[in-house]
Design a protein around this ligand. Structure first.
Ligand code: PLP
Length: 453
């Protein structure tokens, strides 16, 4: 039986389903497997498996409290809404350069890999426990849409997503507000993303309300999200010629450190990967950390790659836990210092196999134009950050996290062509159903009271 512990070391070990249902650990930490499995002897067994089969074989190592037949069905269902037969196709752009396309899911961004699965895990849990669940989140973009599409139409669930009215892109709003599903509530609040976020925090702080409605949060730290993301690294690694595998560096556009952490965990499980490059936009807390050893809070500057506009990289705590030798007491000290002072300076910071790059808004359109000219490939603004520099002597896989069609203005400015996608075109003729609310906890609570399942 695989068990999961909090990085902060002050909670009971949980089983997979419990850790997934809990999300953030009660001590404020993030769940990790008690011991990482060693996959080095199993890699042969994974050879040639299709995406969903590989995902099942990988997840069953962790989800030991779900009956294998049930788990297989949950996993298989999670990848049926992807429009590409390979789910995560690996495309070669140049002799040592590949791009791993992670945007063929229903909302055209990589978050679908985890949130389709999470939606099905929630549905399974509702059925097993004979309980309903109400999922609540605030979004400035991709996460809300992916969470909605993970749960839409699922019996026993309702999802409420808050976003700042008039401040998300029109396409993103349509992805949330044009689903036609009766269990989906797109709440356009009058205020900024931070207003929505702070209202949400207060609502989650209200224990009675929270347990009364069986509220669950959508956020990037859920254990199931990280594990689901390990699979596309493994799938891509298995597609490389054997001679290239040990030499590969994954280049990952990241904000919260969620995406790249999954690849790193796989490496820690014995999959020989040379390293990872963390590609940030101008919100560069991770770039500064990996180049200077100092983790320092900055202001958020809205960018052309908005899904990486973060202040704190919440999943970084999982890497930190390992780099501090799994010493939860030390980890609590570091997190406490960072919380009170906004900075932590590591003595002899061991960056392991990580390197980092940073890309400003001024650079993004030029990179999109160069990648288009050199390889005939259209990269979205997030993916463009990962193309900033490429060492042709090294085998690189760039993770492409969103379809360029989600960001038509930036692409048009860069290459004079506006990309389209049939999924997004179809949304343009569907009526928007959104609920406009003041950004106050009272108004949001009243709405949930009236519509929760
Ligand atoms: C969320 C998102 C990212 C950043 O993912 P992390 O979990 O922060 O690493 C990058 N690109 C796109 C398109 C996203 O939606």
């Amino acid at each position: 039986m695989m068990r999961f512990l909090s990085t902060r070391g002050q909670t009971q070990p949980l089983r997979f389903s419990e850790a997934v249902a809990t999300g953030l650990a009660p001590d404020g930490g993030l769940y990790l497997p008690e011991t990482l499995p060693d996959l080095s002897g199993e890699l042969n067994r994974f050879e040639g498996l299709g995406y969903a089969d590989l995902c099942f074989e990988f997840l069953r190592i962790f989800a030991t409290d779900i009956e294998p037949g049930t788990l297989r069905a949950i996993v298989q269902k999670s990848y049926t809404k992807f429009s590409h037969p390979e789910i995560a196709p690996l495309k070669q752009l140049a002799p040592n350069l590949h791009v791993l396309e992670l945007f063929h899911g229903p909302t055209l961004a990589f978050k679908d890999f985890a949130l389709q699965l999470l939606g099905n895990l929630y549905e399974h849990q509702c059925a097993v426990r004979h309980e309903s669940i109400n999922v609540l989140g605030a979004t400035s973009g991709d996460t809300g849409a992916a969470a909605i599409h993970g749960l839409l139409g699922k019996p026993g669930t309702a999802i409420f997503i808050l976003y700042p009215n008039g401040r998300v892109s029109p396409l993103q709003e349509r992805q949330m507000a044009c689903t036609g599903a009766s269990n989906v509530f797109a709440l356009a609040v009058d205020g900024t993303f931070d207003d929505a976020q702070s209202a949400l925090k207060e609502i989650f702080g209200d224990q009675r309300f929270r347990t009364g409605h069986r509220l669950s949060a959508v956020n990037s730290i859920n254990l199931a999200r990280v594990l689901a993301q390990c699979v596309y690294y493994l799938h891509a690694w298995l597609k490389l010629p054997a001679g290239d595998r040990g030499n590969v560096e994954f280049v990952v556009p990241t904000g919260n450190f969620g995406n790249v952490l999954a690849g790193w965990l796989l490496q820690q499980m014995g999959v020989p990967i040379r390293g990872f490059k963390v590609a940030t936009n101008q919100n560069d807390i991770l770039y500064r950390l990996f180049t200077t050893g100092e983790y320092r809070l900055g202001d958020v500057h809205p960018s052309l790659a908005p899904s990486m506009d973060i202040q704190v990289a919440s999943n970084f705590e999982r890497f930190l836990y390992f780099s501090l030798g799994r010493d939860a007491t030390r980890l609590r000290e570091v997190m406490q210092t960072f919380k009170t002072t906004g900075v932590y300076r590591f003595e002899n910071f061991d960056r392991g196999t990580f390197s980092a790059s940073r890309c400003t808004d001024a650079e993004i359109p030029g990179i999109i134009a160069r990648v288009h000219r050199d390889y005939g490939y259209v990269a979205d603004p997030h993916t463009a950050c990962a193309f900033k520099e490429h060492n042709p002597d090294r085998v690189s896989i760039v993770l492409s996290t969103a379809s360029p069609a989600k960001f038509p203005e930036t692409i048009r400015k860069a290459i004079k062509v506006e990309p389209t996608h049939p999924t997004l075109e179809a949304l343009k003729s569907v009526p928007i159903v959104k609920h406009e609310l003041p950004a106050t906890p009272a108004a949001i609570r009243a709405f949930i009271d009236a519509h929760a399942v």
